[in-house]
Ligand binder design. Structure first.
Ligand SMILES: [Zn+2]
Length: 342
């Protein structure tokens, strides 16, 4: 038998609590309603009113859509979500590949100001900074590149939070061999690997992330995926202690948080004011991820799947609930998001 054909069934018999509705209304601060995950044809892929109703039925009161971009793309996105009646709050963007243009700074200021007037609630940046785009000298753009400073300044001036996805799981930066804990996931998605020697290392990216947040104390940052480092909550806790303008979301990291339930429970309780609920979902995806996330946050259930694949798409492990108290739950479910996202 090959490893890929092995799908063991757990014989463990323990209490199961399926949470179909959360204890409090939920605001999902990390979802994708546009071309980033769905491609250019996204307007034909769902009916906005219908999916909003679907989400409301499972206890969601609002969502951040991170796919606003700017200019004509933003207009297209806002037209598509208009019928959500305020349920969808869209984050915009600026094109950082223009950063060597002499008028980049005025482009940034004009674009963000225009986008805010059109109705964006924040800005979204991702791995195109740090891991994808190279400037004309052939160098990747560090997240703390001084040329990008005008973006963070403008965001602070216009009171727009910045959601930034900087790194991926640590194992994506390591050698892909028989000791890599995400070997099967990387086998299914070889383009997710960031272990090439010319790329910034995970540690370097984390230092740049720290410096970026530290040098922009007036800008509110939401660092996606548990501050980029869900495998090491001690490190994230230290950053949160030192950087009052840093916040995090838990999108797509229930698998990590749930395999360290004692550490996660202490972490989520202590930093309850800094953690935002998120799923990384799209309007076309099945909604099971919400039930799993509610179950992880609300119950003390043991050894259950963190996604809807047979063995877990991120790795062959299962998770444990953290049974958070109501005060903590309420903050993570919607209060923090409502404070940070206007
Ligand atoms: Zn995302």
């Amino acid at each position: 038998m090959r490893l890929e054909d092995y799908h063991p069934i757990s014989e463990l018999v323990v209490p199961e609590h399926i949470v179909s509705k959360p204890s409090f209304p939920v605001f999902d601060a990390h979802s994708h309603w546009g071309k980033l995950l769905l491609g250019d044809s996204y307007p034909e892929q769902y009916d906005t009113k219908e999916v909003v109703e679907k989400f409301k039925e499972i206890g969601i009161k609002g969502m951040v859509n991170l796919d606003g971009f700017s200019g004509a793309e933003l207009d297209k996105m806002l037209a598509k979500t208009e019928e959500s009646d305020g349920f969808v709050k869209t984050f915009g963007n600026v094109d950082i590949t223009l950063l060597e243009r002499p008028d980049f700074e005025s482009y940034v200021r004009r674009t963000i100001t225009e986008s805010k007037a059109k109705g964006i609630s924040g800005l979204k940046f991702w791995k195109i900074i740090g891991l994808e785009h190279k400037d004309s000298t052939g160098k990747y753009i560090p997240p703390n590149d001084p040329r990008l400073q005008c973006i963070w300044q403008t965001a602070a001036e216009l009171d727009l939070p910045v959601l930034f996805h900087i790194a991926d799981p640590v194992a994506f930066f390591k050698t892909i061999d028989n000791r890599n804990e995400r070997w099967e996931e990387l086998g299914a998605h070889p383009d997710w690997a960031f272990n090439a020697p010319e790329l910034y290392s995970f540690e370097t990216l984390m230092q740049m992330q720290y410096d970026l947040i530290k040098s922009n104390p007036n800008t509110t940052f939401i660092i996606a995926h548990v501050g980029s480092y869900s495998e090491n909550l001690g490190a994230v806790a230290k950053w949160l202690d030192e950087l009052p303008n840093m916040n995090i979301d838990i999108a797509a990291r229930i698998g990590e948080l749930g395999r360290q339930p004692y550490t996660s429970k202490a972490f989520l309780t202590k930093y309850a004011d800094r953690v935002l609920f998120g799923t990384d979902c799209t309007p076309t995806m099945p909604t099971g991820v919400f039930n799993i996330t509610y179950r992880f946050l609300e119950t003390m259930d043991e050894y259950f799947p963190y996604d809807d694949t047979p063995d877990g798409a991120q790795g062959r492990w299962r998770i444990y609930g953290v049974g958070l108290d109501d005060v903590t739950l309420e903050k993570i479910y919607y209060k923090n998001a409502e404070r940070l996202i206007k």
